[in-house]
Design a protein around this ligand. Structure first.
Ligand code: HEC
Ligand code: HEC
Length: 329
């Protein structure tokens, strides 16, 4: 029985590796010569400014949590990068969460939400933190009742939603549209892609070339430089046996699908704001960007690289961070 289980594990591992190699081939085959696998971020259009402003207020309101101490912004600090600086997040009553908080910047561009991609839309995502006992520990009827008791909210909802009421759906819509507005524009790297040769340094140009040569690009790509596929962490070398203490959260996508091939598979994170969102990885186990890059070489590529190459890649990743009025660099 035991050997069957380990055979199964080995096959699932081989499957991931095979899937990865196939992906590398596809990226090369379908990227026409000269076309860039990373695209500049585009301004969002079509959002209603009143709804966005209401969403911003809700995002910062601790009354969305049971003891009125924690807002979305407590774990997603917009000024410092849209995440927090803890290894795993801390919720109401000092409760420790299970994983590291990702940034909310550019979250509207991700194909799924959460590390394991368990929900598709930003609206659905909000159920997670509102209900989690180690985050906000609330219920929707309580949130709605509280906001009705406020001097301003009833009127703000009526205005933003054209006579609409304070409801779970409208709260979600407002917060989600606010998040959709959090696109970081005008990154040095985007200006470079648009033809400004001087926008990034020589080192950052080398870093970009290396990022493509080593194959980082086969997983971190598109406008968000990530956020458009799932991949096993430890695709080449086993990460979790080396780290030890495997938790349920470490099983990643497997918790959603129950498919053994999805064990330890995660949404590839966007690298757009990686310059500001230390610590890294779903378990917060990489303290610095350099540590995260080292681990990617070991566990995703299964190879070593000269120190200089890694430093160049780190410099390139820093060039991906654009601006937003809420982000204070
Ligand atoms: C106690 C800390 C905490 C609070 C409060 C919190 N979050 Fe999060 N947020 C996290 C963590 C941790 C994750 C990752 C959870 C996971 O993937 O399982 C996350 C994930 C997300 C994601 C998905 C991003 C991605 O890359 O997949 C979004 C969007 C988000 N939060 C928005 C919000 C909003 C909106 C609120 C308020 C309603 C909120 N968060 C409240 C910690 C928090
Ligand atoms: C096979 C796909 C794959 C390849 C190749 C890959 N990555 Fe990753 N990368 C991932 C996944 C999946 C994660 C998330 C792992 C986790 O948190 O458990 C990740 C996480 C990261 C992070 C941490 C981001 C954060 O916000 O926590 C950085 C930085 C990173 N990768 C950079 C790189 C670099 C640089 C390379 C090339 C040297 C690379 N990656 C190659 C899939 C890949």
């Amino acid at each position: 029985m035991k050997s069957f289980a380990s055979l199964y594990e080995a096959l699932a591992g081989a499957g991931a590796r095979y899937r990865y190699l196939l992906l590398c081939g596809l990226v090369c085959a379908f990227t026409p010569l000269g076309a860039e696998p990373i695209k500049p971020l585009q301004p969002v259009t079509g959002l209603d400014p009143q709804i966005v402003a209401l969403g911003k207020k809700l995002f910062h309101d601790p009354r969305l949590s049971k003891d009125e101490t924690i807002s979305c912004a407590s774990c997603h600090n917009l000024a410092t990068g849209g995440a927090d600086s803890s290894r795993v997040s801390v919720g109401i009553g000092g409760e420790l969460g299970l994983v590291n908080s990702p940034t909310v910047y550019n979250s509207g561009l991700l194909f799924r939400q959460f590390w394991d991609g368990r929900v598709e839309t930003l609206e659905e995502q909000i159920d997670g933190p509102i209900h989690a006992p180690f985050e906000m520990g609330m219920s929707w009827p309580d949130v709605v009742a509280r906001l009705y008791g406020d001097a301003d909210y009833p009127q703000l909802f009526r205005k933003a939603f054209r006579g609409g009421e304070i409801s779970e759906a409208n709260i979600k819509k407002a917060i989600a549209d606010f998040e959709r507005s959090l696109v970081t524009l005008n990154a040095p790297f985007d200006r470079y892609l648009q033809g400004d040769e001087e926008a990034i340094t020589k080192q950052q140009k080398r870093g970009y070339a290396l990022f493509k040569q080593y194959g980082c690009i086969s997983c971190h790509q598109g406008a968000a430089v990530g956020g458009n596929m799932f991949q096993v962490f430890g695709v080449i070398n086993a990460y979790f046996t080396q780290r030890g203490n495997i938790t349920e959260a470490d099983l990643g996508r497997y918790n959603v699908t129950g498919n053994p091939a999805d064990k330890h598979s995660f949404k590839v994170p966007s690298l757009r704001l990686a310059a500001y969102t230390a610590p890294y990885l779903h378990d917060g186990n990489a303290a610095t960007l350099r540590d995260a890059v080292d681990m990617m070489f070991t566990f995703q590529l299964g190879r070593e690289a000269p120190d200089q190459d890694k430093e160049d890649i780190v410099a390139f990743i820093r060039s991906l961070a654009g601006d937003h009025p809420e982000l204070k660099k």
